[in-house]
Design a protein around this ligand. Structure first.
Ligand code: BES
Ligand code: MN
Ligand code: ZN
Length: 500
């Protein structure tokens, strides 16, 4: 399925479904909506006067074509009040609409955006592409029975945008939105795959494949090399696993050798059993998604490369399983990160911060001037913020403002949590520079304080995505399973740096 843009009127475009936007109120229909009314023998006007279609936001009705039209069906989409229309709401509505059309028989789609006032045309194009590409995503490759898959599919989508000038703006948005959404779907694929089929080795192969497709440098640091680099914190997590750890590094050099480098560091635990500090069985299967941070940063750099943004970006994704075994790290063990800092491992289930420590140390040692880490780090962040916002920690107010703006553009909400020194006291260790847990209170904050020890003075943001990486029920942009969030926030952030 691809999304393209046409100028002109809806009636000129051949497609199975024509979508027209219908405003609330009783003003006579004009343009594409009036033409659709003629194609349905005046049914749309009758529905409006008989209160069968009010034009409420996201209201949908499907009508047969009775007159002349290059479509088999007309779909009405309610615009709601212009003043209440937001880009976020519209993007979500497009996601819901995409599945509604699939359930109703699918086919190719042409959508007129006439009447969609109040939204920037470029952003509206981006939102439509994101709505359809993300909304129609399914992870059903392991269903061998066709009865477990949807009967119908939505084909190509054409956005009909009026004048050539308006179409050019919409096209820029559609192209950007499609690229981001496709790469978000790649991140979802990695996250949804069960841990037996998404081992560190398979993740490394997928990263290499992406690198070849979009033009990235890819280096996989194997265990022996990681030992030579003294990544003792990262490697301690892999001790109990028979799967070889893979430390993935991707580089995109869009700004040339002299540009500054943004590092995106993603937690890549392909399965988190908790290790010797074993997790209880309930919902442990969800820990196949504990590499969502790595998946999101890998997808993000893929989008950044495809968008040819003039910036330098490095992805660091330390990947390993966290397993219990006779060779696993034990509570009380002391390990050393590659920057020389020592860590007392109190709880082997607090493993994400251990791999991020070496991930961030590696990024800084290799020229990163800004570090963003993304991790399914703590269950506590779900208690603090629920599933509607991810937690963000940041040691630099300007960077924080850039992240907020990027989140607004993406429609991905965050909430800043504190990094006061007092919280750092909770992870002081009597035997090493720090310990890897700080007890029950402020669990997300003490985790962030731990990671801050490795970021140091480098501008740094830590995104705790433990409660937003998966959803149990489909809604808006997110079908059930891994969401691939907040990939678009990262891409918008990097794009914002490009224009400076
Ligand atoms: N991967 C988990 C965090 C997590 C929990 C993600 C639930 C998604 C859903 C992380 O490695 C972990 O186990 N964290 C512990 C930390 C504790 C031992 C200090 C936690 O949150 O319980
Ligand atoms: Mn854990
Ligand atoms: Zn984990």
């Amino acid at each position: 399925m691809s999304v393209t843009v046409a100028s002109g009127t809806l009636s000129e475009v051949a497609a199975d479904i024509h979508i027209v936007m219908i405003p609330p109120g009783s003003a006579p229909l004009t343009g594409d909506a009036a033409a659709a009314d003629r194609a349905t023998g005046g049914a749309i006007a009758k529905m409006r006067t008989n209160n069968l279609f009010a034009g409420r936001a996201a209201e949908v009705a499907l009508l047969p074509v009775t007159g002349r039209a290059k479509a088999k069906r007309i779909v009405l989409f309610g615009l709601g009040e212009t003043e209440k229309r937001t880009l976020d709401a519209f993007r979500t509505q497009m996601g819901n609409l995409s599945r509604r059309l699939r359930d109703a028989g699918g086919g190719s789609v042409a959508i007129s955006i006439e009447g969609l006032d109040g939204l920037d045309p470029e952003r509206a194009g981006e939102a439509i592409a994101e709505g359809f590409v993300l909304g129609l995503y399914r992870f059903d490759k392991h269903h061998t029975r066709s009865s477990d898959r949807p009967t119908h599919t939505v084909g190509d989508v054409t956005v009909v945008a009026g004048t050539t000038r308006r179409a050019a703006a919409v096209r820029r948005g559609v192209e950007r939105g499609s690229i981001m959404a496709e790469m978000q779907n790649l991140a979802r694929d990695l996250g949804n795959e069960p841990a037996n089929l998404m081992t560190p080795t398979i993740m490394a192969a997928r990263a290499q494949q992406l690198a070849a497709e979009v033009g990235l440098e890819c280096t996989i640091i194997e265990r022996a090399e990681a030992e030579r680099l003294k990544m003792g914190s990262y490697l301690s997590v892999s001790n109990g696993s028979v799967q070889p750890p893979k430390f993935i590094v991707l580089n995109y050099r869009g700004a040339g050798p002299r540009g500054r480098t943004i590092a995106l560091v993603g937690k890549g635990i392909t399965f988190d059993t908790g290790g010797i500090s074993l997790k209880p069985p309930a919902d442990m299967d969800a820990m196949k998604g504990d590499m969502s941070g790595a998946a999101v940063v890998i997808g993000a750099i893929g989008a950044i490369a495809r968008l040819k943004l003039p910036v330098n970006v490095m992805v660091v994704a330390p990947c390993t399983e966290n397993m219990p075994s006779g060779s696993a790290t034990k509570p009380g063990d002391v390990v050393y990160a590659m920057d020389g800092q020592s860590i007392e491992v109190i709880n082997t289930d607090a493993e994400g911060r251990l791999v991020l420590a070496d991930g961030i140390a590696y990024a800084k040692a290799n020229g990163a001037t800004t570090v963003i880490d993304v991790a399914t780090l703590t269950g506590a962040v779900r208690v603090a913020l629920g599933t509607f916002r991810f937690g963000i920690f940041c040691n630099n107010d300007r960077l924080m403002a850039e992240m907020e703006r990027a989140g607004d553009l993406a429609g991905e909400k965050m909430w800043r949590l504190p990094l006061d020194d007092e919280y750092g006291e909770l992870i002081k260790s009597p035997v090493a520079d720090m310990k890897n847990t700080g007890g029950a209170p402020a669990g997300s904050i003490t985790a962030a304080k731990f990671i801050q020890n490795f970021a140091g003075d480098t501008p740094w943001a830590h995104l705790d995505i433990a409660a937003i990486d998966m959803v149990g029920t489909e809604s808006g942009l997110n079908p059930r399973g891994n969401t691939g969030r907040p990939l678009r926030t990262l891409v918008h952030f990097v794009a914002g740096r490009a224009t400076k």
